[in-house]
Design a protein around this ligand. Structure first.
Ligand code: AMP
Length: 224
């Protein structure tokens, strides 16, 4: 199964993609996760991306294109959920050409729908574990007691100024990608409000209806 989880920052793409990885064996390919890891490792890609990511701006397309394509290739072009890629029409066209060249077209693009005020609340109250990358929410999923508070941090791009910028970038550059997939008959909208289990159930129900299983094609699982 080859799917994209689509939607604005904070809509829950990462959480749902991780659940699909754990429970359905799909490879979770997140360009944001790969970039943050590269920043932590202080690699050349990480150094190039740092200022863009921290300010909530898009990293130059050529960089993320290579990261996404390498991750898809490593997984054998199948059984993946893309999270945070593509984010522009240009990236959507690159992805389409890349997957077509490997005879592995997308099955579905799931667009999670959540009102803006919910998004701002989720992002501003999100905290992450510095080492494992696990996400918490100050109200709904607080970090466990006893954990060293120094390990629980706020992403620099979850501060109010960067949140505003990310939502602006989403409206201007990313939301047209929805139309790209709608005209190709691949887009499915899913209500993203509710508990993560509720949203997960909606996603799985939809996938069972629209994606027929392909026997014999098995990829690796896990978060990339
Ligand atoms: P995310 O974890 O998906 O919210 O991504 C965090 C940040 O990484 C974004 O705000 C961008 O700075 C950068 N980024 C991730 N994916 C992309 C992409 N497909 N194109 C450009 N920048 C990206």
């Amino acid at each position: 199964m080859r799917i994209v989880l689509f939607g604005p920052p904070g809509v829950g793409k990462g959480t749902q993609a991780r659940l699909l990885a754990e429970r359905r064996g799909l490879a979770h390919i997140s360009t944001g996760v790969i970039l943050r890891q590269a920043m932590r490792d202080d690699t050349p890609v990480g150094r190039e991306a740092r200022d863009y990511v921290n300010a909530g701006r898009l990293v130059p397309g050529a960089i993320v294109r290579k990261l996404a394509e390498d991750a898809i290739a490593r997984n054998g072009y199948d059984n993946f959920v893309l999270d945070g890629y593509p984010r522009t029409l240009e990236q959507a066209a690159w992805l389409q050409a890349f997957l077509e060249a490997h005879e592995a077209p997308l099955h579905a693009v799931l667009s999670l729908q959540v009102p803006d005020e919910v998004i701002v609340d989720r992002l501003s109250k999100r905290r992450v574990h510095r080492e494992t990358g696990e996400n918490f929410h100050l109200d709904f999923k607080p970090p466990p007691e006893g954990i060293d508070p120094a390990l629980i941090v706020q992403r620099p791009d979850d501060r109010p100024e960067a949140i505003r910028k990310r939502l602006e970038v989403y409206r201007a550059e990313t939301s047209p990608v929805e139309q790209f997939y709608e005209t190709r008959g691949l887009l499915y909208r899913i209500d993203g409000v509710g508990s993560f289990e509720d949203v997960y159930r909606r996603i799985v129900n939809l996938l069972e209806r629209v994606v027929s299983p392909e026997p014999g094609r098995v990829g690796k699982s896990g978060t990339v």
